[in-house]
Design a binder for this molecule. Sequence first.
Ligand code: ATP
Length: 702
Amino acid sequence: MLKLFTSHHVTSRLRNRSSHKLARRAFLTTLTDSKPTDTVSAKPCIDDCQTVVALPLLRKPLIPGFYMPLYVKDPKVLAALQESKSGQAPYAGAFLLKDDKYASTASSYYGFETVNILDKLKGKELLKKIYQVGTLAQILSIQGKQVILVGRKRLQITEMVNRNPLTVKAQHIKDKPYDKDDEVIKATYIEVIGDSNYRKLAEFLLQKRRRNFTGLRAGIFDATDFNYQKLADFGAGICGANKHKIQEVLEELDIHKRLDLVKKLVEISKIRVFHASIFPVTHAAVEDKKEEYGSAEYVKQNRLSDTFRKRIEPIKEKIPKHVLEVIEEELANLDRKEYGFGSTDSIYSYLDWLTALPWGNCSDENFDVLRAEKILDEDHYGLHVVKERILEFIAVANLTGNPEGKIICLSGPPGVGKTSVARSVARALGRKFFRLAVGGLSDSSEIKGDRRVYIGATPGKMVQCLKEVGTENPLVLLDEIDKLGNSSRDPEGALLELLDPEQNAHFLDYFLDVPIDLSKVLFVCTANNIDRLPGPLLDRMEVIELAGYTADEKMHIARDYLVKIVQRKCGMKPEQVDVSDAALLSLIENYCREAGVRNLQKQIEKIFRKIALKLVRQQASAKAAMVDLESSETAAEGSIELTNEYDKPRIELLKEKTMAARRSQVKVIIFPEANRRDFEGLEESVKEGLDVHFVNMSRSSS
Ligand SMILES: Nc1ncnc2c1ncn2[C@@H]1O[C@H](COP(=O)(O)OP(=O)(O)OP(=O)(O)O)[C@@H](O)[C@H]1O
């Protein structure tokens, strides 16, 4: 009996222990198809389950028979999983992401996979990024955002059913039939499992994954009731090899080939285990031994810390001392950890953030008031008071060399240009722009990050902003600050900390855990209604009101700004469209009576989209007519052999067709040259609009 660990043990552990501790373990289920007991083994209508929510996995595929704890941040995905769990088919699809770049940004603590990193990837985009072969996973439990899955069967995606959350139709794929007595399979099996090193390896790994899983160790090599597929899967599941290699095992349906793949993975693991158990020491020792092991995989792994060393090398001088110390400490830590056993992931992720921040990198400041005035006028009609106030602010910064002081809050109804004025200020000052939507924000952790002890921890939005803009002095727009969520988890306190010049020079993000200097960031806030702003926040701000626009102002904005912007966005030339003032006025009076101009912009966009469609349709039909024309003519494209005056009808036909297709010029090639006189003798109305070329007898010489 190849029983490793009963499902009952696992679920009772799941209930009894804290999820952190649990997640640290490799959750192995039985290798045999045990009788249904408890939640784990119950497999309601598994064969009917063809439509599943697709979960993208960042760090490794889910091998059938193994457990996987997930951290799901996306509320839509979570709701869909909850629905599946409470329904007849408590299953989901687990599919590995092809791209490694997401894995490096994944914050995985205690082995929990994170399914939130792909905020921007949805539907087909996401579908393209995942392997099409994955695993049908039973949803064992959902506690908060933590979901425990157990792999059941191999799946192949056939089509997308829903975009968000990504839901797919998938067919269950089966292993190819094989002969149990096949000598080659037997031999490969003995190479894998019969190898005493493998036995040692497995024992070592299993010990690592908590020594109290004794049933596992006792039962593993009892070969009286085995099955080659599960054995191969087991090897793939525990070997800790590169995730794409494990995916190959998942996709391989030929048992012999699957065993072969696992054999290679196990070889690599042996080197790691050997290294981990004998040389858990310094970077220098690892360097010495590199040659000796000679494994490409080994060398690659040890580049983990080198990546960060290379990254910080050019900016080492600029990194604050206290941060550099932490980085060095963590690098040494990373070197000590053996690769592939989970816990390096969190160090990797931490270092990835810490080393990617723009330490000491600022964009060149520009406090030129005339230039700023020109930019503000270029981008916005009117708004004289606002522009004047901003110029005063820049003038003070020009004199003091520093724009610090009060935080500007642009207040006014929707669509009056608050966001776009802030964008222009950033452009005028030569700073990078970052918009941070704080409307609805309910938790201080969104600003200050999660503590690293939490599963799936990520830094706060401010740190994410610095990483994205790549400079220490961006202009950060805190949008809709009056719509801050009401919550006990103090988002207001976190914002105060961010905005207060006294505090933000030593801003502490819980994830980074080192103070960072935000004093060079220029904060601009927007609000629709400042009455809703919390007093302490309002105190720190200088409010500039933007009133609504009159019809006349809207007319100017539409004609001189919006039409031009939209036309450029739609890829049209000015001569292709002419929107009359009467049309704009009618739009303003009948459709856009609100204070701002956002709706007006939308209406103009609508009109331009319709014109674009018309233009493209015309071009398409012009092309179609041209093709038609070519096929009806014997000579080269659009040309005519004019041999005598009876060709006049052909010229007329050609002209008619091309004119119908709105081509202004009809190219006519006439040869031989001797027929020039015949052509010239034709009526003017026929010759009109033709681009004529006379050619001598040889066609190629045209
Ligand atoms: N005075 C103006 N001149 C030119 N364009 C303007 C002007 N005012 C607004 N716009 C344009 O109107 C659109 C909407 O403006 P924006 O998004 O900045 O509004 P907002 O006040 O931030 O709205 P919300 O409060 O809903 O965020 C933008 O394309 C902006 O460029």
